[in-house]
Design a protein around this ligand. Structure first.
Ligand SMILES: NC(=O)c1ccc[n+]([C@@H]2O[C@H](COP(=O)([O-])OP(=O)(O)OC[C@H]3O[C@@H](n4cnc5c(N)ncnc54)[C@H](O)[C@@H]3O)[C@@H](O)[C@H]2O)c1
Ligand SMILES: [Zn+2]
Ligand SMILES: [Zn+2]
Length: 360
């Protein structure tokens, strides 16, 4: 058993606290990872707001890179000392989706079987099956993805969630290709990663929409060709003007809100694709004329984790970053200590950062 300090969300809406956490040694198929860096994602805040589930206490942190400390029986994909990014998808290999050759939709993704607990034995719910705002964490071996150790852990860890979600929303789910026009609504870490992904995929026009000019300035750095501040103007009209009245081929919603979803729905050209990568809260609803859903054609997709296959995608994006083709380091707005996670939520809400990254 190992004792570390971890960031815990004890009850809905309350500030997170630093608590003693007990982490078991790895059992069969498990890996104990020494966390080097972990980004603060909006999903961590969703957990602490009770917007994901009510399974408090949550052990937060899930955008992490680190080094394998020890492995349990039967683990073959990594050995102690390997530099890994933690993935919240570890395909089971046997569910209906995996059996059909679509492991990126795995319905039975694996996590460590042993529980991490508070000092009094209360079992923790690790955010997205990880829990990495701590010096050590326990994961299923399939969640530890070995990548090139030349990468800076603070940048590399971001591939473990939000940045992969954005890149994959553009490249895997949106299937963006050369010459496409794209709109990205919401340019936080996820939206800007979608912009970087659209650029990598060869999009011709990339329109960034946000309500914060700072975000739009960053969006330009990641490859947006046009920006629209949607306060005081209708982004759908603006997007149409920028695309000869047509609308875009692919519209990516990276906020998680019915209003912005509707904007994404209507700013598409006929037969265009809408990708929802923002995570809505349980109370949100959307109402659309069914005739518009039918008549506009195309497809309405959601993108869980950018439809990524971590073993396939993580090493590739880390190599693109090391080759200077993907500026992962630009997503790291600041590095912070474990004690500053709560404060970083406020900075995120004020729009001051793309990613605060805890460095351990
Ligand atoms: N699908 C997935 O697998 C996945 C993975 C990670 C995160 N997410 C979700 O993606 C969303 C974005 O995450 P993030 O970390 O980038 O958050 P963030 O807070 O950094 O970014 C959200 C952005 O949306 C902008 N915004 C808010 N309201 C807006 C509006 N009405 N119009 C336009 N822009 C608006 C904000 O200014 C901000 O720039 C969250 O819902 C998060 O939970 C999804
Ligand atoms: Zn499966
Ligand atoms: Zn996340």
């Amino acid at each position: 058993m190992n004792e570390v300090k971890g960031i815990i969300s004890k009850s809905k809406g309350e500030p997170v606290t630093v608590e003693k956490v007990l982490i078991p040694d790895p059992g069969p198929g498990e890996v104990l990872v020494e966390v080097k860096a972990c980004g603060v994602c909006h999903t961590d805040l969703h957990y602490r707001e009770g917007a994901i589930s009510n399974d408090f206490p949550f052990f937060l942190g899930h955008e992490a890179a680190g080094v394998v400390f020890s492995t349990g029986l039967g683990v073959e994909n990594v050995v102690p000392g390997d530099f890994v990014i933690l993935a919240w998808r570890s395909p089971c290999g046997t569910c209906r989706s995996c059996s059909r050759g679509r492991p990126w939709y795995c319905f039975e993704s694996r996590n460590a079987t042993q529980k991490m607990t508070l000092a009094d034995g209360t079992p923790l719910s690790p955010a997205l099956g990880i829990g990495a705002f701590a010096e050590l964490t326990l994961v299923d071996a399939g969640q530890a993805i070995k990548v090139n150790s030349d990468a800076d852990p603070a940048a590399a860890g971001l591939i473990g969630c939000g940045i992969m979600a954005g890149l994959g929303a553009a490249i895997n789910t949106g299937n963006i290709s050369r010459g496409d026009s794209v709109a990205v609504i919401g340019c936080g870490g996820v939206g800007n990663a979608a912009i970087a992904g659209a650029k990598l995929a060869g999009a011709h026009t990339i329109i960034a929409v946000d309500i914060d000019d700072r975000k739009l300035k960053w969006a330009r750095d990641f490859g947006a060709t046009h920006t629209v501040n949607s306060i005081g103007q209708d982004p759908v009209d603006e997007i149409r003007k920028l695309t000869n009245g047509n609308g875009v081929d692919v519209a990516i919603e990276a906020v998680g809100n019915p209003l912005t979803y509707e904007q994404a729905f209507y700013c598409r050209d006929l037969a265009g694709i809408v990708v929802l990568v923002g995570v809505p809260s349980p109370d949100m609803k959307i109402e659309l004329p069914l005739l518009d859903v039918f008549g506009r054609g195309g497809s309405l997709k959601s993108s869980w984790y950018g439809d990524c296959l971590p073993t396939r995608d993580f090493p590739v994006y880390i190599d693109l970053y090391l080759q200077g083709k993907l500026p992962l380091e630009k997503f790291v707005s600041e590095t912070i200590s474990l004690h500053e996670v709560e404060e970083s939520f406020q900075k995120m809400q004020r729009g001051e950062v793309l990613r605060s990254v805890v460095v351990l």
